[in-house]
Design a protein. Structure first.
Length: 319
């Protein structure tokens, strides 16, 4: 009896060989997030954390400055940095500020608390006063970039032209005998832990996370002495610290002159008062507003410098 199975086997073998010779299609490239970008001299840079720029819906646009009686007629919020090529020239020379020029000039990152409690209100008050900051860091960890980092923001007097400014949402710090605002803004939950309570008359904060509940990372008020003043403050939220560390690393990589450290004395101890004009002129790195002006105490005694510096250094080493 003839064997009729060979033709079938041969056909199957051909199909198998043809299949084996086909190249497996390459895996699609990983998706690159586009919602974590900051803009420097028109160029995008990733941060690894949520950023809303002034160009996006829901962003805060410092270029749309509206003069008020208090702020005057000049657009103080978006005045250009002085050109490094022409000393003392404050004329709009935007075309001179490419990224390489900025990287040889910008060398300070200034931390503020906003005194207003959340970023929407902070932006409104800054605009009303003719002031600005490059970034607003909201309670839920969302970062808002209000203008290109090529621009000079008005947030830190004599350091404006060489610095990047960050306003972090926090109602601020107060003398020990003035606790009314802390009591209004922080209420205790069923377990006795503080929760941020935004007064109803201030309206919707427009958090990017609608159901977000803001809680300071430390449960207790922190008291400290800054620029000779004893003040008390609740800490920032865990979400703010996580976002701030990532933003700090990104800015350090874009602007290498911004060192990942705070001002220290000859013994290496943190300085908690205004730097001398000479020391401020030489300093390159992270600063509090209080390092620049004697009448300021922000980002306050609760701000965890070690958490930010250690976290940023660790993230930078792991790149």
């Amino acid at each position: 009896m003839p064997n009729r199975s060979w033709p079938g086997i041969g056909f199957s073998l051909v199909i198998l060989l043809l299949t084996a010779c086909q190249t497996t299609p390459p895996a699609p490239p990983p998706t690159v997030p586009t919602d974590d970008i900051i803009i420097v001299a028109g160029q995008p840079f990733h941060t690894g954390t949520r950023v809303v720029t002034w160009k996006e819906e829901g962003g805060y646009d410092a270029y749309q400055f509206t003069p008020t009686e208090h702020a005057g007629n000049a657009n103080h919020g978006v005045r250009r940095l002085p050109s490094p090529n022409i000393a003392g020239d404050w004329i709009d020379r935007k075309e001179r500020w490419d990224l390489p020029a900025l990287q040889t000039y910008v060398d300070q990152l200034v931390f503020h608390y906003d005194d207003e409690g959340f970023s929407r209100r902070c932006f409104e008050i800054l605009q009303r006063r003719g002031l600005s900051a490059h970034f607003l860091l909201d309670l839920d960890g969302t970062i808002y970039q209000t203008l290109d980092l090529r621009e000079c923001a008005y947030h830190a007097t004599q350091s404006n032209s060489r610095s990047i400014g960050i306003e972090m949402a926090n109602i601020g710090s107060f003398a020990p005998d003035k606790n009314q605002e802390l009591t209004e803004w922080y209420q205790r939950d069923g377990e006795g832990n503080p929760v941020v309570h935004i007064p109803e008359e201030l309206g919707d904060p427009h958090f990017l996370r609608p159901e977000f509940t803001a809680r300071p990372i430390q449960p207790d008020i922190v008291e400290g002495k800054i620029n000779g003043r004893v003040v008390r403050q609740y800490d920032f939220t865990p979400e703010q610290y996580a976002a701030l560390i990532k933003l700090t690393v990104a800015l350090h990589r874009v602007f290498p002159l911004i060192k990942l450290d705070r001002p220290r004395d000859a013994q290496g101890q943190p300085i908690i008062e205004k730097l001398t004009d000479q020391d401020l002129l030489k300093y390159q790195g992270l600063l509090g507003h209080f390092h620049i002006q004697t009448n300021k105490v922000d980002p306050g005694p609760a701000f965890d410098w070690k958490r930010v510096i250690d976290g940023a250094r660790q993230a930078d080493r792991s790149k």
